[in-house]
Design a protein around this ligand. Structure first.
Ligand SMILES: C[S@@+](CC[C@H](N)C(=O)[O-])C[C@H]1O[C@@H](n2cnc3c(N)ncnc32)[C@H](O)[C@@H]1O
Length: 207
């Protein structure tokens, strides 16, 4: 976790100032997600980054636990939440690889722009599945590099070795949805604005 945390710490300020690539697509994903919310819901967002999504969703749910491995990302997120007078988000430094919450305690788990950065996304999805209540939702938006970037398979490990890039996993959208299904989820909603953009999925734990 430390090398990755250092990478994200290094770019946190820059990341927080970047404009969203496709604002309309981002807004649509927020809106689709929000359709599932109820005011008494308990959420977890892992890899929350600078907190923008959690801050946008917070007024519509009871509480959001927002975790990230990067202290700098979390500091920016907390400042933004304070500036927006949002006080129902708990930011915490933690990795989703070993973050513990009681089984079947969460209504929704968000993992946005993060599954392709994990050592073992299947293990994480299995953990998320356990955390969710029956009928709970896993919402993810994931860059699936498998379709577009043949050569990333070579470049990514070299970049990681040199400390220039975080770990980057290459998989297709189909591989991702297969993994989500194998974790036990049923896909409730799926949208990819274009072939080169992230795949957005709302997956439901049966029950
Ligand atoms: C590409 S950014 C995405 C941030 C935010 N979710 C967004 O959509 O803008 C990835 C974030 O995941 C965090 N991260 C990477 N590995 C993680 C892990 N194992 N557990 C929790 N957070 C992690 C990084 O520190 C970084 O803030």
């Amino acid at each position: 976790m430390d090398q990755a945390a250092k990478f994200w710490d290094r770019i946190a300020n820059y990341y927080s100032k970047q404009a969203i690539g496709d604002e309309a697509a981002y807004q649509k994903k927020l809106q689709v997600t929000r359709q599932y919310f109820l005011p008494d819901m308990e959420l977890l967002e892992f890899g929350c980054g600078t907190g923008s999504t959690a801050i946008t969703h917070a007024p519509h749910v009871k509480h959001i636990q927002a975790i990230d491995i990067s202290p700098k990302m979390l500091a920016i997120a907390q400042d933004k939440a304070d500036a927006n007078k949002i006080n129902n988000i708990t930011f915490q430094r933690a990795s989703i690889d070993d973050f513990n919450v009681p089984a079947e305690s969460l209504d929704i788990v968000l993992g946005l722009s993060i599954l392709h950065l994990l050592e073992n996304k299947e293990a994480v999805m299995a953990r998320v599945y356990k955390m969710l209540k029956p009928g709970g939702l896993f919402v993810t938006s994931t860059t699936c590099l498998g379709e577009n970037m043949k050569y990333m398979g070579l470049i990514a490990p070299i970049g990681k070795f040199l400390g220039l890039m975080p770990l980057l996993r290459i998989f297709t959208g189909k591989e991702l949805t297969d993994s989500i299904g194998q974790a036990g989820f049923r896909i409730d909603y799926q949208w990819q604005p274009s072939k080169k953009q992230a795949l957005f999925v709302v997956a439901k734990k049966p029950g």
